[in-house]
Design a protein around this ligand. Structure first.
Ligand code: DAT
Ligand code: MG
Length: 143
């Protein structure tokens, strides 16, 4: 999910480009203004953390772009493409490493495990918002 700062900074295309050119397959995409309820549910694991309140306020402060990507190892690969939570520690070449400086403005969210991804996809998307398709170039990406 491209967070409000990524959308405001016109980095949506850059984020999509990185995942597309890696070889992952886009199956869901929407811009949305997140409700407080969805933001709180999404970040439920962090509800006791001191930053929870400001994190929720930030996520609902402006539109985000939610996406679902498919492909071999996509969850762990996406975390690597995204980079460390704190952009100052994130390696150059990662999204956060290249574009961010502040942990509260780290541009993008990525699911951290398969089970989390399943939970988050069902939280953010209905089934009819997800495309079931195979790019014709798939044999050139996957053996
Ligand atoms: P990630 O987004 O890399 O999965 P996380 O799940 O630990 O990181 O935290 C969720 C978000 O909360 C993170 O993207 C930014 C914010 N956050 C995390 N730790 C923070 C901290 N110490 N201070 C302020 N915001 C923090
Ligand atoms: Mg996380």
């Amino acid at each position: 999910m491209v967070k409000p700062d990524g959308v405001q900074r016109a980095l949506v295309g850059e984020v999509i480009r990185r995942f597309e050119s890696k070889g992952f397959i886009l199956v869901g995409l929407k811009m949305m203004q997140v409700s407080r309820e969805l933001a709180e549910k999404h970040y439920e694991v962090h509800k006791e953390r001191p930053f929870f309140g400001s994190l929720v306020e930030f996520i609902i402060s402006a539109p985000v772009v939610a996406m679902v990507w498919e492909g071999d190892g996509v969850v762990s690969a996406a975390r690597k493409i995204i980079g460390a939570t704190n952009p100052l520690s994130a390696e150059p070449g990662t999204i956060r490493g290249d574009y961010g400086v502040n942990i509260g403005r780290n541009l993008i969210h990525g699911s951290d495990a398969l089970e989390t991804a399943a939970r988050e996809i069902s939280l953010w998307f209905s089934n009819d918002e997800l495309a079931n398709w195979e790019p014709t170039i798939k044999p050139w990406l996957y053996e």
